[in-house]
Design a protein around this ligand. Structure first.
Ligand code: ATP
Length: 308
């Protein structure tokens, strides 16, 4: 079984649904409120576990009710939580307002995630035992860099999602094998809005890049190879939350199983296309069997949550 380590964030998403988002100083009455486990690290961990990998999550939750729920959501999805610390203070939260047009505004309060500034004893060994280490930028950069260097020292593939976009230290890029920005992050990192030019520019720093393009699929670029565009399956999207995280988790599993990159990209695209047809973040992520069936048949499966 493919082994994946994730060093990343766990957040409780606090989602308020309103007809129209309030302006500064304004109060509006909303329609609905939900608390949903999220955080890019936790999302990628759940995606990889559902895709059939053995996953360990390295990070932190707070000593609060959200921390208990975040841990049990991960455990319930089959993610190993022995390296998920409980620290003093609040868990990470994302305060999200979604309006009737589908637009959203988000305030993220890192909470416990901000306290992960280095690896703890045992983490390097956990990373070393994995096929890939999945990294994002919702933890302090020192921790992300420490994880990438530990992976590099053990010959473990590092997959970095550069979100939220921010300038990346040369040392982190030098320890990254595969960079997976969306098109906005690729533009922010390079200053180039043309996705082909942005991918080519990123190849100066990392050997392989996958730029995700929403419903348009992905563009894969690698040093010394022709770029490869993989279209997304045509589906009716109802909620694209965590589509990118679903894609990355599934891609890492497929690569860990030794699938060639084009096949791995198609399989991960199938997983992400399934996730956008269902509401939710972690709840919308397909199982390995569901992705296999969809990838093979190309048929649109029945909507609904994956089996527990
Ligand atoms: P998010 O922040 O919502 O997780 P993202 O901005 O990181 O997403 P996107 O590029 O929007 O990432 O989507 C990631 C992948 O998900 C796409 O490359 C594609 O494979 C799949 N995807 C997203 N939207 C759709 C869609 N409407 N139809 C089919 N596949 C989709």
């Amino acid at each position: 079984m493919t082994a994946i380590a994730v060093l990343g964030s766990t957040n409780m998403d606090l989602v308020a649904y309103v007809a129209k988002a309030p302006r500064l100083g304004e109060t509006v009455t909303g329609r609905d409120f939900r608390t949903v486990p999220g955080g890019k690290g936790a999302n990628q961990a759940v995606a990889a576990a559902r895709s059939g990998a053995e996953v360990v999550m390295i990070g932190a939750v707070g000593a609060d009710e959200f921390g208990v729920r975040l841990r049990s959501a991960l455990a319930g999805a089959g993610v190993g939580t022995a390296a998920l610390r409980t620290v003093e203070g609040a868990s990470g939260t994302a305060h999200i307002t979604v309006d009737d047009e589908g637009g959203n505004s988000i305030v993220v309060i890192p909470g416990a995630n901000a306290l992960v500034t280095s690896l703890e004893p045992g983490d390097a060994a956990r990373i070393g035992a994995a096929d890939s280490l999945l990294l994002q930028l919702e933890l302090p950069l020192e921790a992300v860099l420490a994880g990438a260097l530990a992976a590099r020292a053990h010959g473990v593939r590092t997959v970095l999602t550069p979100a939220p976009a921010q300038p990346l230290p040369a040392e982190l890029l030098a320890a990254t094998d595969l960079l997976v920005p969306n098109e906005h992050e690729a533009a922010a990192l390079t200053g180039l809005t043309d996705v082909h030019l942005a991918a080519a520019a990123l190849l100066q720093d990392v050997p392989e890049v996958v730029v995700t393009l929403g419903a348009a699929g992905v563009l894969y670029a690698a040093r010394g190879r022709e770029p490869l565009a993989v279209p997304a399956p045509r589906v009716r999207a109802v909620d694209t939350t965590a589509a990118g995280d679903t894609f990355v988790g599934a891609l890492a599993v497929a690569l860990g199983e030794g699938r060639p990159m084009p096949a791995a990209l198609r399989w991960a695209s199938a997983a992400a296309a399934l996730s956008v047809q269902r509401p939710g973040a972690q709840d919308s992520m397909p199982t390995r069997a569901q992705t296999d069936a969809f990838a093979l048949s190309g048929r649109k499966p029945e909507p609904g949550p994956p089996p527990a």
